[in-house]
Design a protein around this ligand. Sequence first.
Ligand SMILES: O=C(CO)[C@H](O)[C@H](O)COP(=O)(O)O
Length: 220
Amino acid sequence: MKILLAPSILSADCSRIGEEIKNVLKSGGDIIHFDVMDNHYVPNLTFGPMVLQSIRNFGITSIIDVHLMVTPVDSLIVQFSKAGADFITIHPESTNHLDRSLELIKSCGCKAGIAINPATSLGVLEYVIEKLDIILLMSVNPGFSGQEFIPSTFKKLLKVRKLIDKSNRKIFLEVDGGINLTNIQKVASYGANILVIGSAIFKSKSYLKTIKEMRDQLVF
Ligand SMILES: O=C(CO)[C@H](O)[C@H](O)COP(=O)(O)O
């Protein structure tokens, strides 16, 4: 599976979000990571479905990977799928009925993912892995860009890679938070195949140069 770079627009200049997305895709980003925060499940507030719809109307056709950090989550699954999401990932703590919420994502025609926080056990995967298209490992506590990568993620990453391989299913293994030029190679070598990157791209002088330097490190 090709390793996909997923620039997170949480770190972009929101006053010109459409242009930022066009630039980062032109510079080599593969898919767009769209962080939805509600100031309830996480202590920050970001984008709603209207913003996603505007991005689609602006002509962005790439995969949009929506990461819902909200509770309750079900009504927003429906709204974001209608607004143009391709992937929808939810946190197990954000729903009373995880299996039902995953089914809802699929019934909306989107790929379904679970996000695992740094202190969340992997046990939650056992009974739903058959329904998953994406497992997102949070390598920071969700809520903000620009945080340090939490090293215990590596141990978890190896465990999830094994679970996925054993399942014999095509499941993306996504890592989100604190990825930069100094650790990207290690994260990928531990089995991740979607790398979410916010500040290391959007705060750099040249998206093109940064993404190329990142991609050069992903040749195994
Ligand atoms: O979901 C997130 C935080 O909850 C962000 O996507 C993530 O932190 C990316 O930003 P950075 O690469 O700057 O850490």
